[in-house]
Structures are given as C-alpha cells and as structure tokens.
Design a protein around this ligand. Structure first.
Ligand code: FMN
Length: 177
C-alpha cells in the first residue's frame, strides 16, 4: 500500500506535518512517501496567471496524489480555515483537473495547539473536498497537540489514541478488502 503523508502547512516545524507522518506510519506494511507543502508553493492563483500555464509543481503534486492508495492529509488551521499556501495549491489543482480529487482517497486529519484541534478547517474540508470528488475514508482531529502528542509515543490520551487506531484499522481493512 502506497501512502502519502502531507501536512497542509509550510512551517518548518509544522505539527500537522509531524502528525500526518506519524499516522501514515501506523498503517501496517505501508510504503510512506512524505510530501512537503513548501516544495509545492507557487504564485498566488489568478485567472490571468493561468493563461501562462499551470505551474509544473501543481502537475507534479496532482500526479503523485493520483498514484497513491491513500493520502493522509493533516490540515493546519489559520483563521478558521486552510493556510493560504494550501488554499492556493488547491485553487491551482482545481484548474489542472476539473474533477480535482477523482479516485483519490483521503484520511483527513487536523491538529492545533488549542482545544478545537483545527475543527474549523476540518469542517471546511469535509464540506468542500467531496465537491472535488474526493473520497474521504475517515477523519480525525487532535486537540492540544503539545499536551497530547509525544514524538516517540504518539497520542498520549488513551481515548483519542484508541479512536485513531480504530479508524486506521477500518481504513486498512477497506483498502485491502
Ligand atoms: C495566521 C494564523 C492564524 C491562526 N488561526 C488559528 C485558528 O483559527 N484556529 C486555531 O486553532 N489555531 C490557529 N492558529 C494557530 C495554529 O493552529 C498553529 O500555529 C499551528 O501550529 C499551525 O499548524 P502547523 O504547525 O502545522 O503550521 C493560527 C496561527 C496563525 C499563524
């Protein structure tokens, strides 16, 4: 099983990047490829700019997603929604391919230092991604990242840890069925 781990933040120490990589590695027997949003930054989308062509990084990004069995995407929340860099990439992707996420399966995650765990951005993505034909296999938000996540041990809250593992098991079963 080929899994892409991707955090929707360009911050070098992104907690969402860390979380996406951690979760992707919990899938048994998976080959995990890590993508960094900072490698896919491009000029702010405009219809005028589009006449000059789609940036090659956008095409590269989309083609990598299409080849994966699962994309573990952890969304960082800025002012209740996507980071500007991710929203920009999404805008470009939606112009590269009309049915943007057709046949692409996602496990959507979010985390933040606060108690809502990125609920705002998760709500936005759960509403929006299916309109781009994304198949969302499940979703999970981790609040209070700094208190509830340890780099070696993973999620330290028992209830949340169990919930995540159950979701992973169900996704793993559905992908190998
Ligand atoms: C411009 C900006 C806006 C933010 N807005 C929110 C917010 O609406 N909700 C929230 O929970 N955290 C918010 N935060 C805090 C982020 O959740 C925090 O910086 C987190 O580390 C971002 O994820 P990352 O480390 O993956 O980049 C904001 C941070 C910045 C810099």
């Amino acid at each position: 099983m080929n899994i892409i781990a991707f955090g929707a933040s360009t911050r070098k120490e992104s907690i969402n990047q860390q979380f996406a990589e951690h979760v992707a590695k919990l899938f048994q027997g998976a080959e995990v490829a890590t993508l960094l949003l900072s490698d896919y930054e491009c000029a702010i989308y405009s219809e005028d700019r589009e006449t000059e062509g789609i940036p090659s990084v956008v095409i590269d990004f989309m083609e990598k997603l299409k080849r994966a069995d699962l994309v573990v995407l952890s969304l960082a929340e800025h002012n209740g929604s996507y980071t500007a860099a991710f929203k920009n990439l999404l805008d470009w992707c939606s112009r590269y391919q009309q049915k943007t996420f057709e046949n692409i399966r996602f496990f959507l995650l979010s985390t933040s230092p606060g108690p809502r765990g990125g609920m705002g951005v998760m709500t936005a993505a759960l509403e929006r991604f299916p309109r781009h034909q994304a198949e969302i296999l499940d979703h999970f938000s981790l609040p209070n990242f700094q208190q509830k996540f340890h780099p070696d041990k993973g999620i330290t809250n028992e209830v949340l840890c169990l919930s995540l593992h159950e979701k992973i098991q169900q996704i793993q079963q559905s992908l190998t069925a």
